[in-house]
Design a protein around this ligand. Structure first.
Ligand code: ADP
Length: 263
């Protein structure tokens, strides 16, 4: 649980960072746009050859390139940050990851009087990855569900809010589902959900990075993430992960070396 708490801190740090990034990137983008416009004006008035001879063309393009690189630097450092703490890949017990993460954010559902269901199929195979990162994915999805249920409550929804966190296997995948009875997502938003910085939440509440980060982590684990939603009924996010294949240290250690060793 302690690790999950660390992840929660990191999550809000990412939020702050996103706000910072938007701010930092705004100035270089404004200069790129101003220098480009300026250069277009100049090229309308005089031949490009003359601007090139005087070295001005190079100056314009140099400044534009430098400002673009500044933006890229900010974005790169943020991406590095979001992946910063990825430690070694381990076998993860999905049940534990879900339970620990739910415990961390359960108070938000309790406060809403929501009906919370943890629906774990027996004998789930472990997955491989960094436990803290999988917990970050689940925490982001649960936080979105809590936001959605809070919105529904604020809008005066009458039925009791519900959250279901489930895990099962299907077609050889380990499938994790987060379902809420919130207001749902308008169809026109669905294609944009995984875009970094796409958010419908007020500043300070949403960064638009949650699902983008989730997708990044899930893909790095060899899996996929999907969102289904119906307006007025709720949202279901499905994460599919490949089960950990090959030697499973907890079982093979001291077990007589039945697994081939890696070259
Ligand atoms: P953020 O939560 O910071 O806005 P996300 O990337 O996690 O960023 O989500 C992007 C957008 O997707 C949200 O602003 C919201 O409009 C929508 N969304 C995500 N999850 C849900 C959900 N469970 N119910 C309704 N809308 C959702």
């Amino acid at each position: 649980l302690e690790q999950a708490v660390v992840q929660a801190d990191k999550l809000s740090a990412v939020g702050l960072m996103a706000a910072g990034l938007a701010h930092e990137i705004n100035n270089p983008l404004a200069s790129i746009s101003a220098y480009t416009e300026d250069l277009q004006d100049r090229l309308r008035e005089e031949p490009a050859a003359r601007l090139q001879e005087s070295g001005e063309l190079d100056q314009y393009l140099g400044t534009i390139r430098q400002q673009a690189l500044r933006c890229k630097g900010f974005v790169d450092s943020m991406l590095r940050f979001t992946r910063r703490e990825s430690g070694p890949s381990r076998l993860i017990r999905v049940e534990d990851a879900l339970r620990d993460t739910l415990a961390l954010i359960h108070y938000r559902f309790r406060r809403l009087g929501a009906r919370v269901t943890l629906d774990l199929a027996p004998e789930l195979p472990p997955v491989r990855g960094e436990p803290g990162l999988l917990e970050q994915v689940v925490l982001n999805l649960l936080a979105n569900a809590a936001d959605a249920l809070e919105d529904a409550a604020a809008a005066g929804a009458e039925s009791r809010p519900g959250l279901r966190l489930g895990a099962r296997t299907e077609d050889g995948w380990v499938v994790i589902e987060v379902e809420d009875t919130g207001p749902g997502i308008p169809p026109e938003h669905l294609p944009r959900l995984f875009e970094p910085f796409f958010t419908t939440k007020p500043p300070g509440k949403g960064t638009g990075l949650g699902l983008a980060v989730c997708q990044d982590i899930v893909r790095a684990m060899g899996g996929e993430i999907r969102v289904e939603s119906e307006l007025g009924r709720g949202t279901r996010v499905t994460v599919r992960l490949p089960p950990a294949a090959g030697p499973q240290p907890a079982e093979s250690e001291g077990g007589g070396g039945t697994w081939p060793t890696n070259p």
